[in-house]
Design a protein around this ligand. Structure first.
Ligand code: UDP
Ligand code: MG
Length: 309
């Protein structure tokens, strides 16, 4: 027998918890045929509704259900980390509770594991049902990341992923506080098979990500997996030096040939405004990295547990 740990982050998802359980167990015949034992870890990310109560109710009839309940909302990244830390399985799969990660894909994912892959990851090829502005910025983000980071981060990649114990141990060895799992998966390497599927809309309830949250998350992604923005300051510095040099040459030559009627304080104001703007911008970038470093050296725990079984 091998053990499969299903890690499910939940934040205010009381209506989805039992439906997810049912949908997952539609695979029971497959699990039995392939001698796969199951444990289901619901990670309650500080929900204020009846999410934990729903999980307790499931536990009464099924011993395989587990709960890790946070003391407050720590975010999905922390929930996934807690799930991976508490999973005991030989195989571990991360899934959303809202059924956007269809459990019906599991048999196919396992078939690839048997071919020797360390991980089977999923990506959605369409984004239908999502606000167009959000899709646009998501695409831009992945394009940018491709250019400025050496870690592979796949456009449309979900966190829905089946992994071996070995790969999960590698992920757990990365103890960073600012977690960007989509990058961590790529960073640890291992043989990954990508599975594509059409976007599925959320079963019940509302998405927990608004535009601002996603924007901050993308900043986390950039600072965690690229230092190219830091180089921007040096590049701009060199650029402005060259421009200044050309202007000096131009002014000297003009003085020698035509003499110099004094003029040009408006242009001076423009130049000062422009360069000080660039300086603030670069200091801002430095500040972003410094802030992340500050949070990192504090070594705060990634999550705090209130209740667990
Ligand atoms: N989630 C979480 N903590 C949060 C936000 C979300 O654990 O702070 C969970 C949520 O319950 C769901 C998954 O992460 O299982 C994905 O969230 P959601 O469906 O809202 O995101 P979307 O699919 O719209 O990107
Ligand atoms: Mg969702």
């Amino acid at each position: 027998m091998s053990l499969l740990s299903v890690v499910v982050p939940c934040y205010n998802e009381e209506e989805n918890v039992p439906f997810f359980y049912e949908a997952l167990l539609k695979n029971q015949v497959f699990f039995d045929d392939n001698k796969i034992d199951l444990e289901i870890l619901y990670i309650d990310d500080g929900s204020v509704d009846g999410t934990a109560a729903e999980v307790r109710r499931l536990r009464e009839k099924d011993e395989r259900v587990h709960l890790v309940s946070f003391s407050r909302n720590f975010g999905k990244e922390a929930a996934m980390f807690a799930g991976l830390e508490n999973a005991r399985g030989d195989y571990i799969v991360l899934m959303d509770v809202d059924l956007q990660d269809p459990p019906s894909l599991l048999p196919e994912m396992f078939s690839y594991m048997e071919q020797g892959y360390d991980s089977v990851a999923t990506r959605r090829v369409s984004r239908k049902g999502e606000p167009p502005v959000r899709s646009f910025f998501a695409r831009m983000f992945y394009k940018l990341m491709k250019r400025i980071s050496r870690t592979e981060i796949m456009d449309g990649a979900r966190d829905y992923r089946l992994m071996t114990r070995q790969m999960v141990d590698a992920i757990l060895a990365m103890k960073e506080y600012n977690r960007f799992t989509k990058g961590i998966f790529g960073w640890v390497g291992f043989r990954t098979r990508w599975l594509e599927y059409e976007n599925v809309e959320r079963a019940r309830g509302e998405t927990k990500w608004n535009f601002w949250k996603l924007f901050l998350y993308s900043m986390d992604g950039i600072t965690a997996f690229s230092t190219v923005p830091l180089m921007l300051a040096s590049v701009m510095g060199v650029f402005f030096c060259i421009v200044a040099f050309l202007m000096i040459v131009f002014i000297i030559v003009r003085k020698l040939i035509f003499g110099d009627p004094v003029s040009g304080w408006p242009s001076l104001v423009c130049i000062i405004l422009m360069t000080s703007g660039v300086q603030f911008f670069c200091t801002g970038i430095l500040g972003q990295y410094l802030a992340k470093t500050y949070m990192e050296v504090k070594r705060r725990p990634i999550y705090l547990v209130k209740e667990q079984f």
